[in-house]
Design a protein around this ligand. Structure first.
Ligand code: ATP
Length: 421
């Protein structure tokens, strides 16, 4: 990653990944200490919006000694990072590993440390401790502009006065490529992105989806060995997002180095990433494949993300005594600490105590709130067991649900899923 600029993010000696168009020239090595022109801010640069630090990112990045340390040979390809960043009231301590071709998604609530992790990978935030190795080379002491890292920003951050072609050509130019060579490389990338006919367009004449693809082309044209995507779809409207998500998925699948994506959107994470890394309060609380995380959430945040009710308790056979109070009957037979999860759609509500129902998994609750959730109504319940329940609009009307209404909630054991905590 380059100074604050995404388009200049490549180490002079980084190996050329296979994403380079076969008919395009590879960008030449940048001279040591090459200066890049000023550019858009870096990921998480809160100075643009009056952020916490109030300083532009390079200042933080340059606290790190800008020396080219002797690269430490390491046979392991891909990303091997232990990122520790200490701040007055916050500590990031996460380990991220990925093989070439892997797409990792960092998910987590606001303030969890996702952007800090991204900035640390880019070299814009110095590590307090830990290590960062990419394809076997230690990067802790490599200045941002010499890291083989490309960044795609949430709001693209294209140069408004440059054409799409020149925006993409900017990176190779910064590395010392001649104008014609850089433009040929950029043209090949735009072609690959299906944007050839927009090569001469200025960013203001591009749609959100097109601008996002130009930003991706700009990042990839520098042959990064690590691609960082900071909420890449957040600025798009819902329809464009669907289309661009599918395109981005294809491009990431074709990219042979490591990609790390920061997103708030579980769908983006599930569709785009091979592996999710959930960060809460500066720590990794869970990681795994999207399917694994969706089936076995281990924190409330993740359970909400994937739309499940989640409880912790102690299992004895088919009964789990929840830390929250009541017991749940499950189909799994377990013992010791467990999680129990079930979807809101598995909950059935009654205004009166159902006479025929067994006492199992039947709780007395009260409606705390109601909201539309797709074509359903989601009821937020408090009481014996706090839970979310989905029901149709007709059912909600028939039950005369309103905040404060008492209800009975029941869930079949077969609809629950218990797993060791
Ligand atoms: N430059 C900074 N100086 C001091 N504290 C900071 C700085 N940047 C972020 N923080 C703090 O570090 C913590 C992690 O912030 P970070 O932006 O990395 O979280 P995040 O997961 O990206 O959040 P969000 O999803 O809201 O962007 C927060 O407590 C934040 O206030």
């Amino acid at each position: 990653m380059t100074n604050p600029h995404p388009a200049t993010d490549e180490a002079a000696d980084s190996p050329g990944p296979s994403v380079t168009p076969s008919h395009a020239p590879a960008p030449p090595a940048a001279p040591d200490g090459a200066q890049s022109p000023p550019g858009p801010p870096a990921p998480g640069d809160k100075s643009r919006t009056g952020g916490a630090d109030g300083n532009p990112p390079p200042a933080e990045g340059r606290r790190h000694p800008a020396t080219h340390a002797h690269p430490r040979p390491d046979p392991a390809p891909g990303l091997d990072a232990h990122l520790v960043v200490d701040r007055t009231a916050f500590r990031l301590d996460v380990t991220l590993t990925a093989a070439p071709g892997d797409v990792l998604a960092l998910l987590g609530p606001n303030g969890a440390g996702k952007t800090t992790a991204l900035r640390a990978l880019a070299g814009l935030t110095p590590l307090t401790a830990g290590h960062l190795r990419l394809d076997g080379t230690s990067l802790e002491h490599t200045p941002p502009e010499s890291r083989p890292v490309g960044v795609v920003f949430q709001d693209y951050l294209l140069f408004p006065h440059l054409s799409a072609l020149d925006n993409v050509a900017f990176g190779p130019r910064c590395r010392g490529a001649g104008k014609a060579e850089a433009r040929a490389l950029a043209a090949a990338w735009l072609d690959r992105m299906g944007l050839s006919e927009h090569a001469a367009s200025k960013p203001r004449h591009l749609s959100g989806g097109q601008a996002q693809r130009v930003a991706l082309a700009r990042a990839l044209a520098t042959h990064p060995r690590l691609l960082l995507l900071d909420e890449p779809l957040a600025a798009l409207d819902a329809r464009t997002r669907l289309e661009v998500r599918a395109q981005l998925r294809r491009h990431l699948a074709a990219f042979d180095a490591v990609s790390v994506l920061v997103t708030h959107d579980p769908l983006d994470a599930m569709v785009l990433a091979d592996r999710l890394v959930v960060v809460e309060d500066g720590r990794v609380v869970q990681e795994g494949t999207p399917a694994d995380i969706a089936r076995h959430p281990r924190t409330d945040y993740i359970a909400q993300l994937v739309g499940l009710n989640l409880y912790r308790g102690q299992a004895t056979g088919h009964t789990v005594r929840l830390d929250a109070g009541p017991s749940i009957t499950t189909t799994e037979e377990l013992s010791g600490p467990v999680f129990v999860a079930f979807p809101p759609s598995a909950v059935t509500l009654f205004r009166d105590r159902p006479s025929g129902a067994s006492a199992r998994n039947l709780w007395r609750c009260e409606v705390a709130g109601l909201e539309t959730h797709g074509d359903q109504i989601r009821a937020d319940l408090t009481g014996e067991l706090p839970l979310a329940a989905d029901l149709t609009t007709v059912a909600a009307a028939e039950l005369d649900l309103h905040p404060g209404a008492p209800v009975w909630a029941t869930v079949k054991a077969t609809q629950t899923h218990a797993y060791p905590a």
